[in-house]
Ligand binder design. Structure first.
Ligand code: HEM
Length: 428
């Protein structure tokens, strides 16, 4: 793994315009100035096998193009030989990862549609509307707990640990039918596994990722076996039953992969939306005043947060054939990194792009949920949860304020907080 690390560093240095963000912890913490430097050059920049774009039009074009597929299981295909060998030496994955094939996120048509179709109805706008009231009740319960805890601890609480992370994991656990009583364990596994989204892990992180994915995986296998014997009234039971009855149903591996993806995506991203939103609102008393006067603006707050502080900062695609993008030739097998967070600050689409403006007319044009066939399956759920969580929080605690330095997650792809200490102030 020393070899792997060296290879990754060498590659990062070899003319890769994105190296800075991969290497420098300060740039990871605040990557936006780095993105702006990339914007000032051509719409698609980079070396022979890996290119990058921060432009809204290019990101949208690539994400919607049939000439590109997911990097997915062929993740290693576009890498230079030395890296490929190093990855092979690192050994096979002991478990099924939520973002490895056969996860829908990692595969191209026609398999993609087959996996996505089976779960898409459960996350439609109509299905999500039915979850709103229950989500509000969960938010209110968590806020009651938060208030009690703050009273017991001199007023200070961690908004991420005690609210932003708990709301999404509770909702997705109820939808899927996994025990809410295990939510802290799920959060711990998820937290330990998320660095796997980023490339170039050191050996220790790699091991802890594999350990937690392995445990999560084993727990889910056992859970799916239990549901096969005793199905309940939930999404996973429906999938298990369909798999058993339908010739075209999912194999055990496909079922596990789908369950892990929907579950993990269901809570590892929305926590960042809520935390990033709270931080933005702390910093914008004028916007908070606007909201107090006109609560109908809350849905737009969520899209504006997704735009300026995108929880998923980037994704990537692999060219399936030789093609051109924005006049730049791209060879089959080349990787293209799409910086969604930077596309969301493209001045050609969003005037004064770094300004947080809850009345922005086209906030929804962001690509924070990606675009094309892999457009976030949980977008309606995430929007509803973000809106309910932030509105319930700020309407109850009108004097909510940061109390000490926030700590960011150390991840590149996910942007959010590990911890966000606050004081609640008196409840409304
Ligand atoms: C896909 C973002 C919440 C489930 C994606 C993608 C993005 C994204 C960017 C596509 C990646 C790509 O194109 O390569 C987000 C953000 C969220 C969020 C920012 C919260 C603020 C959720 C939730 C769920 C979910 C709550 C729960 C169901 C999925 C699934 C996919 C996906 C299953 C794969 C879709 C496919 O490949 O067809 N999400 N997501 N996401 N998301 Fe989300």
């Amino acid at each position: 793994h020393g070899v792997m690390r060296l290879a990754i560093r060498a590659r990062a240095r070899a003319g890769n315009p994105d190296a800075e963000v991969l290497r420098d912890p300060a740039v990871r913490e605040d990557p936006f100035a780095h993105y702006e430097r990339l914007r000032s050059s051509r719409p698609l920049v980079g070396g022979a096998f890996s290119k990058i774009s921060v432009h809204h039009a290019v990101c949208t074009e690539v994400l919607r193009s049939p000439d590109f597929g997911q990097i997915g299981g062929a993740r290693a295909e576009g890498l230079p030989p030395v890296l490929r060998t190093a990855l092979r030496l690192a050994g096979p994955r002991p478990s099924v990862g939520p973002i490895d094939p056969p996860s829908m996120l990692a595969v191209d048509p026609p398999e993609h549609a087959r996996y996505r179709r089976l779960v898409s109805r459960a996350f439609s706008a109509r299905a999500v509307a039915r979850l709103r009231e229950r989500t509000r009740a969960i938010a209110d319960e968590l806020l009651d707990d938060l208030e009690r805890e703050a009273a017991a601890s001199g007023g200070r609480v961690d908004l991420v640990a005690r609210y932003a992370s708990l709301l999404p994991v509770t909702v997705i656990s109820e939808v899927l039918g996994v025990p809410v009583s295990m939510r802290e364990q799920f959060l711990a596994w998820g937290d330990a596994a998320t660095p796997s989204l980023d490339m170039g892990l050191d050996w220790r992180t790699h091991r802890s990722v594999e350990r937690s994915l392995g445990e999560l995986d084993a727990w889910f296998r056992g859970h799916l076996r239990r549901l096969r014997r005793e199905p309940g009234d939930d999404l996973l039971s429906a999938l298990v039953t369909a798999a058993a009855e339908d010739e075209d149903g999912l194999t055990e591996q496909e079922l596990l992969s789908t369950a892990l993806l929907v579950f993990g995506a269901g809570f590892e991203t929305t926590v960042n939306l809520i935390g990033n939103g709270a931080e933005r609102l702390f910093a914008s008393p004028d916007q908070r005043r606007l909201l107090a006067g006109d609560p109908s603006l809350w849905p737009n707050v969520v899209d504006e947060v997704l735009r300026v502080e995108s929880p998923v900062q980037r994704t990537g695609r692999r060219a399936l054939r030789d093609t051109t993008v924005a006049g730049v030739p791209v060879r089959r097998g080349d990787m293209v990194i799409l910086v969604l967070a930077a596309a969301n600050r493209d001045p050609l689409v969003f005037p004064d792009p770094s300004v947080f403006d809850v009345t922005r007319a086209n906030a929804r044009d962001h690509v924070a949920f990606s675009s094309g066939i892999h457009f976030c399956l949980g977008a309606a759920l995430a929007r509803m949860e973000g809106e309910v969580a932030l509105q319930a929080l700020f309407e109850r605690f009108r004097h909510l304020a940061p109390a000490g330095p926030a700590r960011r997650r150390g991840t590149i792809i996910l942007r959010g907080h590990a911890s966000l200490p606050v004081t609640l102030g008196p409840a409304a």
